[in-house]
Design a protein around this ligand. Structure first.
Ligand SMILES: Cc1cc2nc3c(=O)[nH]c(=O)nc-3n(C[C@H](O)[C@H](O)[C@H](O)COP(=O)(O)OP(=O)(O)OC[C@H]3O[C@@H](n4cnc5c(N)ncnc54)[C@H](O)[C@@H]3O)c2cc1C
Length: 544
């Protein structure tokens, strides 16, 4: 099929967001081009193939809900899906709806400029292709640009270097190897137990200990699958209006942790620790808003760590003490703390002993040298804004997105930014995004964007763009809501603090998935309150 050079919409990215966009827009008769820098579909689950990579939302909930046939026909092998199973699912979706034929792979969008005369975006790729589009949709993901810290000597290393977020497609065999892993965030926590079981020796370099709770992953049972599939549509409807875009297996307790006895708290925490998953943070209603309440849960988890890790010094080092539990993304693990009881695993505190440089044979810290066959960077991502700001995006009057967001991202509803007409960010900063089951948030944003494009088409509207005042109010509201919580107390990637020089402010909207959805519904019902429209000039009027 000939590739169109002028389309209704250009979509960047072929992860869950881009695929659903393509499916809906195509179904509504919009012409589209999709560009994806990877060689296949899947986004996060295409790139993050590291050992132990797994979803922390239950499989029955981390999947598309838009097609009853799709959700009934698919069976997940485990309660929490591993990366290969999610990628299988995404490939199945791409095949079922014949999506890949309309995606240009191995192609990055590097420039997008808005032309104020034609009201079109001119999009340029790294293969030199130029496409014009009325609408420019960044479905580029919140966690899609790997962060490789600038450690001197990285180029000198004679062994293999890996980043968890850009893992090779073939199996990496660590058996017999001495491996160093830098970083103990989510990807580190998932991969450390798996690499430790395979490698001859694993040295873990930790800057900040992360809070993690057991996932208690198990094979999917027919019974559990049937319970979900019996009333899937109804459950999905509840998820959409829930605080996190997902349903919990253990109900939240709607009182303060400080209004109950120590015995009651002990029982609640024990029950949730045993059930596994994120429910621990929902034990009481003020764990993420009140320091003293939070500390009851933090102290309880520190006691669990001390109970699992045999060496008291290592247990102490693994116990977070400098920020409240849950204010960096809580991790779900499988035998993370247990891995540190292995004879072949060593933990090094790089706050006390900073990494000096990477050498030909390994790594140097003060007087100590480490020899490695492989070094794994589990150092996370330039999240939320990193991927968007790496594209040269120019809106009205040559305003660049880099300039507009120099003090931090500015959006209305996390969806659009003033000065950039007809440009949309799926799960952009200022929307619930990474503070939710992202499948719920992705579906909501994709449907909202497609409904908006249909509204514009039906009403002969050429452009849509937020009013500055609506954007200002939303930016303020996002911070106001965050400041009512303990989240700003942590140096987290939610705050941008993992990237040197990045503006520090809380980027996702923490007001809740259901509350956010209602706000968007009200905005639309109120004639797209806060947005400015430019009407299409009819051909006759233009000729006058
Ligand atoms: C290790 C890891 C674990 C995660 N676990 C969970 C979880 O448990 N629960 C949860 O809800 N979410 C999780 N997430 C978040 C996850 O990113 C989302 O759930 C979801 O997969 C995002 O889909 P997306 O399509 O919006 O973005 P992505 O999947 O990130 O896809 C974006 C695509 O855009 C492409 N792209 C970016 N820039 C360009 C460009 N300039 N030109 C061309 N292509 C470009 C990228 O190559 C990528 O394929 C996790 C993320 C990571 C990294």
């Amino acid at each position: 099929m000939a590739q169109l050079k002028s389309v209704d919409a250009v979509i960047v990215g072929a992860g869950f967001s881009g695929l659903y966009l393509l499916h809906l827009l195509r179904g509504q008769g919009f012409t589209t081009r999709v560009f994806e820098r990877a060689a296949g579909v899947g986004g996060t689950w295409y790139w993050n193939r590291y050992p132990g990579a797994r979803c922390d939302v239950e499989s029955m909930q981390y999947s598309y809900s838009f097609d009853e046939e799709l959700q009934q026909e698919w069976s997940w092998p485990e309660k929490y899906s591993a990366q290969p199973d999610i990628l299988d699912y995404i490939n199945h979706v791409a095949e079922k709806y014949q999506l890949s034929k309309d995606i240009t792979f191995n192609t990055s969008v590097c420039r997008a400029h808005f032309d104020e005369i034609s009201k079109q975006w001119k999009i340029v790729t790294d293969t030199g292709e130029v496409v014009k589009a009325s609408h420019f949709i960044m479905a580029t993901g919140c966690i899609s640009t790997a962060n490789l810290p600038n450690i001197p000597g990285t180029g000198d290393f004679g062994g293999k270097i890996y980043h968890t977020g850009k893992w090779p497609h073939e199996k990496v065999d660590f058996s017999g190897q001495s491996v160093g892993i830098i970083g103990t965030g989510s990807s580190g926590i998932q991969s450390i137990p798996v690499i430790a079981a395979e490698a001859r020796h694993l040295t873990v370099f930790q800057r900040t200990p992360h809070w993690t709770v057991p996932a208690r992953n198990v094979p999917m049972t027919d019974e559990y699958e049937k319970i979900w599939k019996k009333d899937y549509a109804e459950r999905r409807a509840q998820m959409r209006y829930s605080p996190s875009g997902s349903l919990r297996s253990v109900a939240p307790i709607d009182i303060s942790a400080l209004d109950v006895s120590e015995e009651d708290r002990e029982q609640a925490y024990r029950e949730r620790w045993a059930a596994g998953g994120m429910t621990l943070l929902k034990s009481y209603n003020d764990l993420l808003t009140n320091d003293a309440a939070n500390e009851t849960a933090a102290k309880w988890v520190r006691q669990r760590i001390a109970g699992i890790v045999k060496d008291p010094k290592t247990a102490d080092l693994l116990s977070p003490k400098t920020y409240p539990i849950g204010t960096k993304r809580l991790c779900l693990d499988t035998d993370y703390y247990e891995a540190f009881n292995r004879q072949n695993v060593e933990l090094v505190d790089i706050v006390k002993e900073p990494i000096e440089r990477i050498t030909l044979n390994g790594l140097k810290i003060g007087d100590r040298t480490f020899a490695f066959d492989s070094i794994v960077f589990a150092t996370g991502f330039d999240a939320m804004t990193g991927t968007l700001l790496r594209v040269d995006i120019q809106g009205r009057g040559g305003l660049t997105l880099q300039k507009k967001w120099e003090a931090g991202p500015r959006t209305y509803l996390g969806l659009m930014s003033e000065g950039f007409p007809n440009m949309y960010t799926i799960t952009g900063p200022g929307s619930p995004s990474v503070k939710s089951n992202m499948m719920s948030s992705i579906e909501q944003h994709v449907e909202l964007v497609v409904d908006t494009l249909m509204h514009l088409r039906e009403n002969s509207i050429e452009t849509i763009e937020p009013h500055r005042s609506a954007e200002d109010d939303w930016v303020e509201h996002v911070q106001e809501v965050a400041n009512q919580t303990l989240f700003p107390k942590a140096n987290s990637w939610y705050m941008g603090t993992n990237i040197p020089g990045k503006p520090q402010l809380f980027m996702p909207y923490i007001g809740g998935v259901g509350a956010y959805r209602r706000i968007c519904e009200e905005v639309v019902a109120d004639g797209y309150r806060g947005f400015a429209f430019e009407q299409k000039i009819s051909e006759a009027a233009a000729a006058e």
